[in-house]
Design a protein around this ligand. Structure first.
Ligand code: S3P
Length: 428
């Protein structure tokens, strides 16, 4: 399906955000590893967290879903059974990388497969440390899925300094570490999202300028009865949409504000865009708050590379904001964007160029010559089958004078099934 996006004057209303994707995956997996029943409210209805649930069912875990309430009967860390067929992780990197850590640690014989995009994303980053821990895990061609896992002869704990700031890599190794008789210690010099540590309750301590996080077979995974917060990465599209349309006012309730996810707010603050954040509170083990965002003039910034791991999924929509910010904005140190569902640096560059924006692509970032007077050209935008490309292009297109097309728009179902309906509600 292609979507037509019409010019929008102002955006007004309240949005019911989709549930956080990263947290949904994790509460489901950890509920399966806990002993007993977990009741998860507001579980994401997006395609990626659904992939996680169906993998768990294939591993012999009872999962029942009624609307957004999911009940999972956990059988403990050693309660997973060998699946009869391949585990299909769909488009979901988090499913493949975290499940690999669990299954390789537990030594469950299985094969993990994914769609075309996931099968072209490197799995070497997880396979190398998992093999070093004694896990029997291989990719069929040295780097990409399918991934084959076999029973192991014991998992060795190890100290591992993360070579890249990736929460998927960190979590995969920590989860395999749950099966090791010696502690696995992750040294994290650049912080990435910490949902795994929070939800399991893993020990951590300061280490040099970073952190050391520990897991071992002494750790029992707790039951995950909780309510999943709204997804900050989905909120980001509406935060920017409201900011770039003067006269707009959008409200968002129950937004996850885990600091390891919200560096976009620091960037926008420097650009002059300050959402009003109220009612901060804890939901389960995660902080949440309510947002009100109004249109505002923005100015250019050079994004601090240190912020990148904490806004990695928000960089595409930040690039859209930069097109409307007066001056020259720069993102550097964002090479990881090339390893997402698509090469998001090249894809965003192509989208912004189609709209007539003045941009220069670099190996690790982008330069954007922005202006508050910028009017994007109406265009046919390629989504590259990537949910975040489709949503970023849609927000950009609302600033055009004529209708645009976003190609393969249904890929938004990966993280945000109601995106197009919500856009239409806000603009009507
Ligand atoms: C995620 C971590 C990030 C992020 C992805 C979800 C997670 O990936 O881009 O959308 O749930 O752990 P990396 O760990 O590869 O940076």
């Amino acid at each position: 399906m292609d979507a037509e996006v019409n010019p929008a004057g102002t955006l007004k209303g309240e949005v019911q955000l989709p549930a956080d994707k990263s947290i949904s995956h994790r509460v489901a997996m950890f509920a399966a590893l806990a002993e007993g029943e977990s009741v998860i409210e507001n579980y994401s209805d997006a395609a990626d967290p659904e992939s996680t649930l169906s993998c768990l069912e294939q591993l012999g875990i009872s999962v029942s879903k009624k609307d957004s309430k999911v009940t999972i009967s956990g059988k403990g860390k050693n309660g997973l059974s060998k699946p009869v067929s391949s585990l299909d992780c769909g488009n979901s990197g988090t499913t493949m990388r975290l499940m690999s850590g669990i299954l390789a640690g537990a030594g469950i014989e299985c094969t993990l497969i994914g769609d075309h995009s996931l099968s072209s994303r490197t799995m070497k980053r997880i396979v190398d440390p998992l093999q070093a821990m004694g896990c029997q895990i291989t990719t069929r061609n040295g780097e990409f899925a399918p991934i084959d896992i076999k029973p192991n002869n014991g998992v060795k704990g190890m100290r591992y300094t993360l070579p890249i700031a990736s929460a998927q890599l960190k979590s995969s190794v920590l989860l395999a570490g749950l099966y090791g008789d010696m502690p696995t210690e992750i040294v994290e010099t650049v912080p990435s999202r910490d949902h795994t540590e929070r939800l399991i309750g893993l020990e951590s301590e300061a280490f040099g300028t970073g952190k050391l996080i520990r897991s071992s077979n002494k750790v029992n995974v707790p039951v995950q009865t909780c309510r999943v917060p709204g997804d900050f990465s989905a909120a980001a599209f509406w935060i920017v949409a409201a900011l770039i349309h003067s006269g707009s006012e959008i409200s968002l309730k129950n937004v996850g504000i885990n600091p390891s996810r919200t560096a976009l707010l620091a960037a926008l603050e420097k650009m002059g865009g300050n959402p009003e954040i109220s009612n901060p509170r804890e939901e389960g083990k995660e902080p949440v708050a309510d947002f009100k965002i109004k249109g505002n003039l923005l100015k250019a910034i050079e994004l601090e590379p240190a912020l990148i791991p904490n806004c990695i999924d928000e960089l595409p929509i930040l690039m859209v904001a930069m097109c409307f910010a007066d001056g020259v904005s720069k993102i550097t140190g964002a090479e990881e964007l090339r390893h997402k569902e698509t090469d998001r640096l090249s894809a965003m560059h192509q989208i912004l160029q189609s709209a007539g924006a003045e941009t220069e692509l670099h190996t690790d970032g982008i330069t954007i010559h922005g202006s508050s007077d910028f009017i994007p050209k109406a265009a046919e935008f390629e989504s590259h089958h990537d949910h975040r490309m489709a949503m970023a292009a849609a927000v950009l297109a609302t600033k055009s004078k004529e209708a645009s097309i976003v190609k393969d728009a249904d890929c938004t179902a990966i993280s945000y099934p109601d995106f197009w309906q919500h856009l239409s509600n806000l603009t009507s």
